[in-house]
Ligand binder design. Structure first.
Ligand SMILES: Nc1nc2c(c(=O)[nH]1)N[C@H]1C(S)=C(S)[C@@H](COP(=O)(O)O)O[C@H]1N2
Ligand SMILES: [Mo]
Length: 301
């Protein structure tokens, strides 16, 4: 049976970086409108600046944070080779109409898959520009029908020491968890990702299912998700528990609020020499600033 985890198009086999570069030139000329690419039902969302060049595939899939497969940037690529993601179950629990465990393919069947090019900003002050494939989290949430009590949604990564050798170390309190407020989760920019560069998501990037929230630091994007839980109370999240003064629940990209040990004003776009200014909400302020009206972002970092 054909899996629908990634856009299963014949063109995908020939989709490589070069094609993306061409497409980028073409889109520039077309001013992003009518992004009806031959054979591609996806939409290339205009969510990046014109000077944002795509980060090469080798960097996107070779420089990763995924402590379950080691703490070095090159560890996940090596140690996640052969990580089996089929079959894959996702438990949906908490404040939801029908709590149950889903087969991933059933869970996401028929949800509209798109391509979105997002700027990614790690709390470590490096950044990339990545063409993700995925569907809006809000579409999945609509399918799951949370109850009126659901105010947050939590994502839990697989905990399996045999398959994730990094979990032999107690560097983090496994399993890795992340969470969003419901309005953040329902925002149209919030993506559940199943692919990158038009290909199935490699394990080092969080296969088969991971979260991407482009206006937040990268650590909010939990990988290899096995549980989605809706809650009334704000869930505990891995980095926040680990180092509460350094990593908050919100983790919005904010050049005005430094990490206690380093500045967040600038970032190094991988592949570039000069550092860039980091933008408020990673450049997505027009779309997301209203989510935080009235909140003190120095306290809610
Ligand atoms: N389960 C899990 N998810 C994780 C991490 C992790 O260590 N474990 N690292 C986070 C951090 S800090 C970043 S910057 C992004 C990196 O995603 P990428 O390697 O696909 O670029 O994944 C996030 N998701
Ligand atoms: Mo990160």
């Amino acid at each position: 049976m054909h899996t629908i985890r990634t856009p299963d198009l014949p063109s995908r086999e020939i989709t490589d970086e070069a094609l993306y570069w061409n497409r980028r030139e073409w889109l520039k000329a077309a001013g992003f409108v009518a992004a009806a690419l031959p054979l591609a039902p996806s939409t290339l969302a205009a969510t990046r600046g014109d000077d944002d060049e795509l980060t090469p595939w080798e960097t996107v899939t070779g420089y990763n944070n995924f402590y379950e497969f080691g703490t070095g940037k090159e560890d996940p690529k090596r140690n996640a080779q052969g990580f089996v993601t089929n079959p894959w179950s996702v438990e949906v629990s908490g404040e939801v109409k029908n709590p149950r465990t889903w087969d991933l393919d059933d869970l996401i069947r028929g949800l509209a898959v798109e391509e979105r090019v997002y700027r990614m900003r790690c709390v470590e002050a490096w950044s990339m520009v990545i063409p993700w494939n995925g569907f809006r989290l809000r579409d999945l949430i609509d399918r799951l029908e949370p109850t009126s009590k659901a105010r947050f949604v939590e994502f839990t990564t697989l905990h399996d020491v045999r398959r994730m050798p990094g979990q032999r170390s107690s560097i983090l309190d496994w399993p890795y968890t992340e969470a969003l407020r419901m309005d953040e989760a329902m925002h149209p920019l919030t993506l559940m990702v199943t692919g990158v560069y038009g290909k199935t998501l490699p394990p080092q990037n969080g296969a088969p299912l991971r979260l991407i929230v482009p206006w937040k630091y990268g650590f909010k994007g939990g990988k290899s998700i096995v549980r989605i839980r809706f809650t009334q109370r704000q869930p505990l999240t891995t980095w926040n528990v680990m180092a509460p003064h350094e990593y908050g629940f919100y983790a919005n990209v904010n050049p005005n609020v430094d990490h206690p040990r380093w500045s967040q004003k600038k970032e190094r776009r991988l592949g570039e020499f000069f550092r860039r200014d980091t933008l408020m909400f990673n450049g997505y302020a027009d779309e997301v600033a209203s989510l935080y009206t009235g909140m003190d972002l120095r306290r809610n970092y």
